[in-house]
Ligand binder design. Structure first.
Ligand code: FES
Ligand SMILES: [Fe+2]
Length: 396
């Protein structure tokens, strides 16, 4: 169980006592040109092609010869687990004339290309082709599926979409690696809540939408039963729906939300004095891991989201799921119900994001304005701008 460290808890208690979140020093102006720039879109795509990102959860391919096909950056990927239990990620493109040998998910010893029947095993090796004697002398060892660098860590199978690149997920995550270790994600099951949804907005607009809570009472009023002025399920004091503390770890960021109100502080301090566990049931944690990966405590498990740039600057793709232990704690919604709720919430976000997308694309004002109490959004832009060399973020 993820422990909340003492310094984080102290800061969280302070914002609850003050009923004021950690605030940025200024409002931020993000020029609309930034969302429309092909040049920066190309640099951002470069990040998505060269940094490690989770492709599937380990629990989606638990057994030898299990496989799942997934799309990332518009590319079809085949994820397998071989007979020795090692996970692999391949470009799902046949070495004959490029068709996609695998589809869907399941368990298969061989993936036979639907076009002319070339067959690959779960190590990606070409193992058979019809009428093989007509092409005698071909070196099958050079005709396997193209494999991507991959690593299994934190219950996820990570890959870099560039063959031959070196992968080191722990190094990429930095301090976030130890934070994720506390979540026991390797014991969790993954359920897809939203497969791979096209969103009519720049991907940065989607990222903005997952690192602030101030939209929740408006967009998710029904789903989360959160209403300004009343007690919500997720926010102990919904009148201060923006209560959060923020940290940046290089390109990644985390924000923490208190799940207790002012009247819970004394109890929390007493538990701390007794060295009892303070965990995500007291303080929810949300990470935005560069590039484009959301991991967020939600009830007894995790929301997990993957946002990616689409082919133009005005489209994105978003996949969303829920992870948790197989068995729900007593009195809690089941794994399936939590997954459905997560999907319902994102379906509420999607049309609003599409509206933002149109505004950011077509609006004739100069900049989007990010408030002092939207520090997650500000940190996201600062971190990304540092990665891509963008210098146009302004104060407002
Ligand atoms: S394209 Fe796959 S067998 Fe021909
Ligand atoms: Fe939302």
């Amino acid at each position: 169980m993820a422990m909340i460290d003492g310094a984080v808890l102290e800061r969280t208690i302070r914002i609850v006592e003050d009923q004021t979140p950690e605030l940025a020093s200024h409002c931020m102006a993000v020029p609309l040109d930034y969302y429309r720039s092909e040049a920066f879109a190309a640099r951002e795509r470069e990040l998505f092609m060269t940094k490690p990102r989770p492709v599937v959860a380990s629990s989606e391919v638990p057994e030898p010869d299990d496989y799942v096909v997934r799309t990332s950056m518009e590319r079809s990927l085949l994820v397998t687990r071989d007979k020795e239990g090692v996970a692999h990620v391949f470009f799902n493109y046949c070495r004959h004339r490029g068709a996609e040998p695998a589809s869907g998910c399941g368990n298969a010893r061989r993936h036979s290309c639907p076009y002319h029947g070339w067959a690959y095993n779960s190590k990606g090796e070409l193992v058979a082709m019809p009428l093989a004697e007509r092409n005698a002398g071909l070196d099958y060892t050079k005709l396997g599926l193209v494999e991507l660098p991959s690593e299994e860590r934190h219950g996820l199978i990570w890959a870099i979409l560039t063959p031959g690149a070196a992968i080191d997920v722990a190094a990429h995550l930095g301090p976030v690696d130890a934070q994720l270790s506390g979540l026991s994600m390797e014991t969790m099951l993954y359920r897809n809540a939203l497969p791979y949804e096209p969103i009519g907005a720049n991907w940065k607009c989607v990222a903005e939408g997952v690192v602030e809570s101030i939209h929740v009472p408006f967009v998710h009023r029904g789903t989360f039963n959160v209403d300004p002025g009343s007690d919500g399920e997720r926010f102990a004091s919904a009148t201060a729906v923006d209560l959060a503390i923020y940290d940046r770890f290089g390109p990644h960021l985390r924000y923490c939300l208190p799940l207790f109100g002012p009247d819970g502080v004394a109890d929390l301090r007493a538990r701390l004095a007794q060295e009892l566990t303070i965990d995500w049931h007291d303080v929810a944690q949300v990470w935005l891991i560069s590039p484009g990966v959301l991991i967020a405590n939600d009830s007894w498990g995790l929301d997990i989201g993957f946002m990616e740039p689409g082919p133009g600057t005005d489209t994105a793709f978003f996949r969303y799921g829920w992870m948790g232990p197989e068995q729900a704690p007593d009195g809690m919604l089941s794994l399936e119900d939590m997954t459905n709720r997560a999907g319902a919430a994102v379906r509420e976000d999607a049309p609003v994001w599409a509206g933002c997308g149109r505004g950011l694309k077509l609006g004739q004002h100069e900049a989007a304005l990010i408030g002092r109490n939207e520090m997650g959004v500000q940190l996201f832009h600062q971190a990304l701008a540092e990665e891509t060399g963008y210098t146009g973020l302004g104060l407002a």
